[in-house]
Design a binder for this molecule. Structure first.
Ligand SMILES: Cc1ncc(C[n+]2csc(CCOP(=O)(O)OP(=O)(O)O)c2C)c(N)n1
Length: 320
């Protein structure tokens, strides 16, 4: 699929925003000012962006505990996310969700999720809504390799086929669920083959290569939009930080991690792929602007008020 220069710059900008956000949180988390657990998405940027570049606001996604990248790729406001992660009143969820529960229904982001494998069943509901409304919207779930083993993920795969839903299941295979290797925990030769055996097209792509993800996602999302039913994409990548911030990461050596950063960095790979059509200085300027954006959002979040005591029982139940 051909992309214009404008589209390429937008894709790089989204990936660069995710990287700047996650690198900064890695530093900020050590200050002790951020409540709750944080799981960083650095290293997996090309998956969220390669998929979400095909989606509009009317489309839905559901995310994981490692959700910042999905939020940014779907268009959540960086400042609102940072305030949320710091537990501030003006955060996207009024400071009551934090990192693992960021949601913004106005951009079709149905939520990060502390329940591993929680995204697919939620997305089935959204896809059913989309099908009945008949407006051409699609729903995409992001799930890890660990989450691919959950019973409700497998039920969702079956239901999507049975109901012929406009849905794409994206499995982010970063080789590990916490400290357990995918090759140990997944009892099949491939997540894509197993998921596809429920009766839908399934492919495995290099999730460090934006273009590989973008092309596979384009095909799957077009199929879903035009009534052709669900698909599976397994995207392989590597996470650059620990499972959670504070994880000593003893399951891989510093040398192994460095090699991954040198050879499997989605931003570097993107830069190599566009060399000749985009000047490195244009991409450097995007990185700089995003570092500044994240800087100012951290400054603002630190100074912002936390929710009032009287807010404790609001946003708990939906009023119908
Ligand atoms: C239902 C459920 N089981 C277990 C956990 C604890 N847990 C949190 S993250 C995680 C690993 C998830 O691995 P994976 O799905 O591969 O995602 P990754 O962390 O690699 O992005 C586990 C077991 C949980 N949050 N929810």
């Amino acid at each position: 699929m051909e992309l214009s220069k404008e589209q390429l710059l937008e894709a790089y900008d989204r990936m660069s925003k995710i990287r700047a956000f996650e690198d900064r949180l890695h530093k900020e988390n050590t200050t002790g000012e951020i409540p709750g657990f944080i799981h960083l998405y650095a290293g997996e940027e090309a998956i969220a962006v390669g998929v979400c570049e095909h989606l509009g606001r009317a489309d839905y996604i559901a995310s994981t505990h490692r959700g910042h990248g999905h939020c940014i790729a779907k268009g959540c406001d960086i400042r609102g996310m940072m305030l949320e992660i710091y537990g501030r009143k003006e955060g996207l969820c009024h400071g009551k969700g934090g990192s693992m529960h960021i949601a913004d229904l106005s951009v079709g982001m149905l939520g990060a999720n502390g329940i591993v494998g929680g995204g697919p069943p939620i997305t089935i509901g959204a896809a059913l809504t989309a099908k009945y409304r008949g407006e051409g919207a699609v729903a995409v779930s992001f799930t890890g390799d660990g989450g691919s083993n959950h019973g409700f993920t497998l039920e969702s795969l079956n239901m999507a086929v049975v109901l012929n839903l406009p849905m794409v299941f994206v499995f982010e295979n970063n080789g590990m669920g916490e400290a357990t290797g995918t090759d140990y925990a997944v009892g099949a030769d491939s997540i894509a083959h197993r998921a596809g055996s429920f009766g839908m097209p399934a492919v495995t792509v290099d999730g460090t290569d934006f273009f590989a993800v973008y092309n596979a996602a384009g095909e799957a999302i077009d199929r879903a939009r035009s009534g052709g039913g669900p698909s599976v994409i397994e995207a392989t990548a590597f996470r650059f930080y620990g499972h959670f911030e504070g994880d000593p990461g003893l399951y891989r050596t510093p040398e192994q991690l460095q090699e991954v950063k040198d050879t499997k960095d989605p931003l570097k790979i993107f830069r190599e792929n566009v060399a000749g059509s985009i000047e490195p200085s244009e991409l450097d300027a995007i990185d700089e602007a995003n570092t500044e954006l994240v800087d100012s959002s951290v400054t603002e979040a630190k100074a912002a008020p936390v929710p009032d005591i009287s807010d404790v029982d609001s946003d708990v139940y939906v009023s119908y």
